[in-house]
Design a protein around this ligand. Structure first.
Ligand code: NAI
Ligand code: MG
Length: 496
């Protein structure tokens, strides 16, 4: 594989340091160490954050534990009101948060970063609104018994988020934990902590100290220490299946409940009767191509009926070719860069693997350019392989890049079998004019979310989460919050 070495990162004097938030105050790491944050599109250093280790984790968890007793007894409606104020404040600062987010992630501001911040405000608003719905039930055990349940908070929640959509994922962890009365220690991803720090500062303007603490640091140091801290009563993780396994082991050691939102290799099944042009755009959207495919929900296995295989791929290439790749801060840019060198090399190695497969045909893209403006950052063009077999590595493993594999099928049952032949089960997309068929397929597919004739992102109110190794627990909804972030207590009173 030949990938031109990217130039060295540009060092600028005095990159600004953003501090972590523990007990409502901005803090350095105990030992003063820090991490440099790079813009992956421009290859410049844009900031520094503290490099938290076990001591800092302990400080944050103790602050959260101390805040819990008071926070849990704040009326739910008042907690909700604070989240509504946070929503307005985040919305008011959309531009500034979105610019930071675009710069640190490489995600284009118009197509990704700005909509992500707006969605984060919606998520705070949704959970602020439903905070009063944390209700129990009465149980009819007899006229002389009063039996009822309460939904109580669990305690200190330890949450860890990745870099691909750090603001929305961090917001979810904060809102779902604090609305029912838990307190939180959240670890940002080391590659993209700055925009989430901005959101956490806003949260701390409205929440009492210690309710929402934000740490910055590396996974093995800070994340692992958080996962095993004895005062953490609930773990919530979004990221790779590999690390999700470690989090679940840490949870098992202390019997704490765990929510995992992990990887995916989601199928998009296209029937010959689907409206081709609309489907082409929907497949591109479902693939999250303008987020460089860096999404756990990406519909990255495209199952095309043999009778439309070539015509569909022709139209797909025509729609993908003009996407403008480049500076994430440019309004006209459709698609930005991959997050860092490690992921860039990883994506390139999958493309290289695809190019070496006998029988596979490259429809579009390929290895990144070695010269010109795109060689300056970690840019990868939309890449489509045709005539792929469902058992190849590029069809089985999560690439987390703009690489789509097209697999032909003729028999509906064969399409379903291949779609389900994966250890993942997060999302799926079905494209057909026949709704009865669409629903039949939707019910047969093993995944937590099936979209029929659309390739959209999540909306607050719908439960989102995976089947199989894509995870456990649900996010984004009232039900998910009740199941994952509260515990039921039964109280039984003898009235005789
Ligand atoms: P990762 O799973 O290593 O990182 C996600 C978060 O976990 C980060 O905050 C990281 O600091 C933390 N972490 C890492 N090691 C840890 C440990 N031992 N204990 C506690 N926390 C730890 O993901 P990474 O390495 O950035 O990406 C690798 C692959 O993972 C991607 O190519 C993609 O396939 C998948 N991924 C899936 C995501 C999803 O949304 N489901 C998000 C990010 C990555
Ligand atoms: Mg990792």
């Amino acid at each position: 594989m030949t990938i031109a070495a990217r130039s060295e990162t540009q060092h600028t004097a005095n990159t600004p340091r953003s501090l972590m938030l523990i007990n409502g105050s901005p803090v350095e790491s105990a030992d003063g160490r820090f991490i440099e944050i790079e813009s992956p599109a421009k290859r410049t250093l844009i900031g520094q954050v503290p490099r938290a280790s076990e001591v800092d984790v302990d400080k944050a968890v103790r602050a959260a534990a101390a805040a819990f007793d008071t926070w849990r007894s704040v009326p739910a409606r008042d907690r909700g009101r604070m989240l509504l104020r946070i929503a307005d404040a985040v919305e008011a600062e959309t531009e500034s948060i979105a610019r930071t987010l675009a710069l640190e992630t490489g995600n284009a501001i118009r197509t990704q970063a700005r909509p992500e911040v707006k969605s984060a405000a919606d998520v705070f608003r949704y959970f602020g609104g439903v905070a009063g719905e944390i209700k129990g039930e009465t149980v009819p055990l007899g006229e002389h018994v009063l039996s009822y349940t309460r939904r109580e908070p669990i305690g200190v929640v330890g949450s860890i988020v990745p870099w691909n959509a750090p603001v929305i994922l961090g917001t979810l962890k904060i809102a779902m934990a604090v609305a029912p009365g838990n307190t939180l220690v959240l670890k940002a991803a080391e590659d993209a902590p700055l925009a989430l720090l901005h959101v956490a500062r806003i949260c701390n303007d409205f929440l009492p100290p210690g309710v929402a603490n934000l740490l910055t640091g590396y996974g093995e140091e800070c994340g692992a220490a958080l996962a095993r801290h004895p005062l953490v009563r609930k773990l919530s993780f979004t990221g790779s299946t590999e690390i999700g396994t470690l989090i679940m082991h840490a949870a098992a050691d202390r019997i704490v409940p765990v929510t995992l939102e992990l990887g995916g290799k989601s199928p998009a099944i296209v029937f010959p009767d689907a409206d081709e042009l609309r489907t082409v755009d929907g497949v591109i959207a479902g693939m999250r191509m303008t987020r460089q495919g860096q999404s756990c929900t990406a519909g990255s296995r495209l199952f095309l009926h043999r009778s439309i295989f070539d015509s569909f791929l022709g139209k797909l290439a025509t729609r993908l070719a003009p996407l403008k790749i480049g500076d994430p801060l440019e309004e006209t840019t459709d698609m930005g860069s991959i997050i860092n060198r490690k992921q860039f090399d990883r994506v390139c190695s999958y493309i290289d693997d695809g190019l070496r497969q006998t029988g596979a045909r490259l429809v579009l893209g390929g290895l990144p350019p070695t010269s010109g403006p795109l060689a300056e950052g970690y840019f990868v063009q939309p890449t489509v392989f045709a005539e792929v077999s469902n058992d190849w590595r590029i069809a089985r493993e999560e690439i987390f890049g703009p690489v789509l594999v097209a697999i032909p099928w003729e028999d509906e049952n064969e399409a379903i079998r291949m779609a389900n032949d994966s250890h993942y089960g997060l999302a799926a997309y079905v494209w057909t004019h026949d709704l009865t068929k669409g629903l039949r397929i939707a019910h047969a597919i093993e995944s937590g979310w099936v979209q029929v004739n659309q390739g959209l992102g999540q909306f607050p109110g719908q439960s989102y989460g995976g089947f199989k190794q894509s995870g456990m627990g649900r996010e984004y909804s009232l039900e998910g919050m009740l199941d994952s972030y509260t515990q039921r207590k039964s109280v039984t009173v003898n009235l005789q």
